[in-house]
Design a protein around this ligand. Structure first.
Ligand code: G3D
Ligand code: MG
Length: 209
């Protein structure tokens, strides 16, 4: 599966069907569980993956809360070091970013932090909400969201979902699907919040101009 999954999907099929489709890019180190999460969201079942060389792209429908019925076009981009420079081309004009993290891999936490902060601070991602999917919570030794917020330096970005750069850490298990739709719902809410703030700013500027 994985890299070959998109083969049956025509490019046209992958394009947004309506104006309401939101674009979401999944990033994260290789082996964090991005492809597993994508296909769990898409087919509601576990699919065996192979390392993603290019990207996978699927339409996913929100299932719960405010995100119920909302269409997301989710791009899952290869996370190997040599592929990371390509992330920029996918995040351009995206509505939201899902950063998938292996919550057990303490050895590569610093590397994940570096990539996450680089993504958040990149000028073209200014203000784009970030959902950190704290994946592999089923494994012993998985770090809790609160620990991860500190380990990843998220707390330095501003007041989490209450202010500054919008971000949220969602515990998840891509194999069982636990936490995935909950995460998508929070991401959707952050996207709405960002749009609302942008509208308010626009109104304020035109008022003072
Ligand atoms: P990637 O797309 O981020 O590179 P993959 O990662 O989705 O290919 O997953 C990498 C490995 O992690 C896979 O195992 C996959 O089954 C496993 N994995 C993904 N999510 C979880 C999870 O929530 N819990 C556990 N325990 N494992 C997970 P293999 O063995 O195929 O390499
Ligand atoms: Mg992959």
């Amino acid at each position: 599966m994985g890299a070959n999954m998109g083969k049956n999907t025509s490019l046209l099929d992958a394009l947004p069907s309506g104006q309401g489709t939101l674009h979401v890019v999944m990033l994260g180190l290789d082996s964090a569980g991005k492809t597993t999460a994508l296909y769990r969201l898409k087919f509601d079942q576990y699919l065996n993956t192979v390392p993603t060389i290019g990207f996978n792209c699927e339409k996913v429908k929100g299932m719960i809360g405010k995100a119920k019925g909302i269409n997301f076009l989710v791009w899952d981009v290869g996370g190997q070091e040599k592929l990371r420079p390509l992330w920029k081309s996918y995040t351009r004009c995206t509505d939201g970013i899902v950063f998938v993290l292996d919550s057990v891999d303490v050895e590569r936490m610093e590397e994940a932090k570096m990539e996450l902060i680089r993504t958040v601070k990149s000028p073209e991602n200014t203000g784009v909400p970030i959902l950190v999917l704290a994946n592999k919570q089923d494994l012993p030794g998985a770090r809790e969201p609160r620990d991860l917020e500190k380990l990843l330096g998220l707390t330095e970005l501003g007041g989490g979902s209450s202010g500054g750069h919008l971000w949220h850490v969602q515990p998840a298990c891509a194999i069982t699907g636990d936490g995935l739709h909950e995460g998508l719902e929070v991401l959707y809410e952050m996207i709405l919040k960002r749009r609302k703030l942008a509208k308010m700013c626009k109104k304020k500027t035109s008022f003072t101009a």
